[in-house]
Ligand binder design. Structure first.
Ligand code: NAP
Ligand code: GCO
Length: 264
């Protein structure tokens, strides 16, 4: 019997105060997992706790900036002290800055790298020792189309997400022998607050040019939704995927396979 259940598992989903992270956390809870999540801000945390409760999700949260190794260590130690195990880590927290590279400050570059690449290193380093001790673990890194493709104005983000794909492969290489599986999910273009600026209606009511562009580049002919990511995330967090390691599962509606709709 294929086991997609997460019953008895403890999951930490970073940055799961809304968007993709909250969707994944809710799906994990539905599959039986106990949920922990973090936010860099108390107000976001409080709001998210209310939303989880309204969804019937038993989630615990803490204020933790994923870029801060001491805060991450305290968060993980707290979960282990309470639960005794931390079975699933989803490195979801992330930011993007859309700035032409030559106009991007070093500080802006370093902040994106710190959040989108270094933080997954910090969080993974914090959870792996207990996963080794417990004889199993799942790490899921939220990658991106930009793990494979570039585009104007997202140099730091693409560099980070490309690096995250290789960190995924390296965690697989170093810790696969301890029954730890580290895979990535590469969402396509998903309708969340992070992509809201790319979907804003124009003054004349027409679609944002980028919105129309993505529709033309996606065989599915639509933006993805958080719900599109829930099944793949549960699959990679479950025992059903124990012999999958170091892979990035692209949930993109076919973007990476498609040259794009030819102009009429
Ligand atoms: P989002 O709505 O902007 O959510 C990002 C989350 O990251 C927020 O909950 C935010 O929490 C958290 N976060 C940011 N910096 C943090 C920090 N220093 N410490 C702790 N938490 C932090 O974005 P999303 O669209 O759901 O994206 C989630 C992940 O999917 C990101 O890694 C993103 O790169 C990736 N992704 C998104 C898309 C897409 O089309 N939307 C596609 C591919 C990949 P607080 O602000 O409350 O701290
Ligand atoms: C952008 C978008 C993308 C998505 C996602 C695609 O500005 O191009 O924000 O980067 O967030 O990463 O997979």
């Amino acid at each position: 019997m294929v086991d997609f259940s997460l019953k008895g598992k403890v999951a930490l989903v970073t940055g799961a105060t809304h968007g993709i992270g909250m969707g994944i956390a809710a799906a994990f809870a539905q599959a039986g997992a106990k949920i922990y999540f973090n936010s860099s801000r108390q107000d976001h945390l409080d709001r998210a706790l209310g939303e989880y409760k309204a969804q019937g999700v038993d989630a615990e949260g803490c204020v933790c900036d994923v870029r801060d190794e001491a805060q991450v260590g305290k968060m993980v130690d707290g979960i282990l002290a309470k639960e005794g195990h931390l079975d699933i880590l989803v490195n979801n927290a992330g930011i993007i800055r859309r700035i032409p590279m030559t106009e991007m400050s070093l500080e802006e570059w370093q902040n994106v790298i710190a959040t989108d690449l270094t933080a997954p290193f910090i969080c993974s380093k914090a959870v792996i020792p207990s996963m080794i001790k417990n004889g199993h673990g799942k790490i899921i890194n939220i990658c991106s189309m930009m793990s494979e493709l570039g585009r104007e104005t997202v140099s730091a983000y693409a560099a980070a997400k490309g690096g995250l794909k290789m960190l995924t492969r390296n965690i697989c290489s170093e810790y696969g022998e301890y029954n730890i599986q580290c895979n990535g999910i590469g969402p396509g273009y998903i309708a969340t607050s992070q992509t809201a600026p790319l979907r804003e209606r124009q003054a004349d009511g027409s679609r944002h040019p980028f919105d129309a562009f993505i529709i033309s580049k996606t065989p599915a002919g639509r933006w993805g939704t958080v719900e599109d990511l829930q099944g793949p995330a549960v699959f990679l967090a479950s025992d059903a995927s124990n012999f999958i390691n170091g892979q990035v599962l692209y949930v993109d509606g076919g973007i990476l396979a498609y040259i794009g709709k030819q102009p009429k």
